[in-house]
Design a binder for this molecule. Sequence first.
Ligand SMILES: Cc1cc2nc3c(=O)[nH]c(=O)nc-3n(C[C@H](O)[C@H](O)[C@H](O)COP(=O)(O)OP(=O)(O)OC[C@H]3O[C@@H](n4cnc5c(N)ncnc54)[C@H](O)[C@@H]3O)c2cc1C
Length: 327
Amino acid sequence: MTAILVLVEHDGGAADDLSRQAATLARGYADAAGGALEAVLIGPGGADAAAGLGELGVAKAHVAEHDGLGQFAPQAWGRTIAGLVSRLAPAAVVAPGSERAAEVMAHAAAITDLPFAANCVSATPGDPASVTRVRWGGSLLEEARLHGGTKLLTVAAHTVEATPAATAATTEVASFTPDLADADLVARVVERAQTGAGGGISLADAKVVVSGGRGVGSAEGFAAIEELAGLLNGAVGCSRAVTIAGWRPHTDQVGQTGTKIAPEIYIPCGISGATQHMAGCKGAKRILAINTDPDAPMIANADYAVIGDLHEVVPAISAEIRKVRGT
Ligand SMILES: Cc1cc2nc3c(=O)[nH]c(=O)nc-3n(C[C@H](O)[C@H](O)[C@H](O)COP(=O)(O)OP(=O)(O)OC[C@H]3O[C@@H](n4cnc5c(N)ncnc54)[C@H](O)[C@@H]3O)c2cc1C
C-alpha cells in the first residue's frame, strides 16, 4: 500500500500542534489516495512521541537515530527525509508549517529534485496532485498542480484544525539510521537560549498574545505590555517596526517574516495592521486592538477596539485585573 509520510516535530515526548495539523491534512490525503499514514520523527525523544501517534491515525512511525541528530540540523533532516523517499517511495511527504520544517523540506526537495509546494491549506492526490496554497502573506490562495513521483508539501500554520482519526491506529515504531555525511551537519543548532517574558510560553502556542508596535515608543515602554501579558498568562509579541528599532528580539516578531500565532485573543497595542503583520495574526480567534487612530487597518480587523493612548489604556487594564483579583 502507498505510504503518505508526515514529518512530526516533537517536544517533551509529544507531537507539537503544527505537526498535528500536518498529520490531519496528511491523513485526509492518505484516505483519498487509499494509502497508509506513516510518520517520520527525527531527534531525541522521537520514539516517545511516536508512541502517541495512534490517535492521529499513524500506522507506522520511522524514528531516525544518529549521533549527529542530537540537535536540529536542517540539511541532515532533509537528507534523512530524502533517504526515506528513496527507500519507501511515498506518494507524498507532508510537513508542518514551521520555519524549521520549511527549511528541511527545501533541503529534501533540492536533494531529491522533487517538486515542493509550501503553505498548503488543502491537497488532493493524483498525478498531478492538486494543492491550494497561501501566497503573498495570506492575501491570495493559489490553485496549483504538483507533478512528480513523491509530492513534497508543507501545511500553512493554523489553517487546518488538528483532529484525531475516527478510528485510532496501532502505531508500529521502527527506528533507522540515516546515511549522513559530515557536510550535512555543518549547519546545526549549537546552543539554545530562553528569550522573552511570559514564563517561557512560546509565541506560537500562547493562548493570549499581547503585542506592541511603533506606538509603544521605546524598549522601556514594553514594561507595561509585559505586565499585561504576565497577568493574562500570555506571551509578548511585537511588530517589525519594533524589531528593526532594536526594542525587542526577532523571536518576538509576529507576521509574514515572524511567527504565525493563533491565540484565543490577540491584543495588538500601537500596531497599525500592515498586511505583513496581519499575515501572522489572522489565526487569532479574537482581536482586541488598542490604537489612537480609529482609521488604522488593525481597528478594521479587530473584534474589539479601544481608541486611546496605549500608555494609559494598557496600565489601566492591568490595574483593573489586579483590582478584580485582589492582588
Ligand atoms: C517583506 C516585508 C516583510 C514584513 N514582515 C513583517 C512582519 O513579519 N511583521 C510586521 O509586523 N511587519 C512586517 N513588515 C513591516 C510592515 O509593512 C509594517 O511596516 C510594520 O508592521 C509596521 O509596524 P507598526 O504597526 O508597529 O508601525 P506603524 O505602521 O508605524 O504603526 C504604529 C501604530 O501605532 C499607533 N500609535 C502611535 N502611538 C500610539 C499610542 N500612544 N497609543 C496607541 N496607538 C498608538 C498609530 O496610530 C499606528 O497605527 C514587513 C514588511 C515587508 C516589506
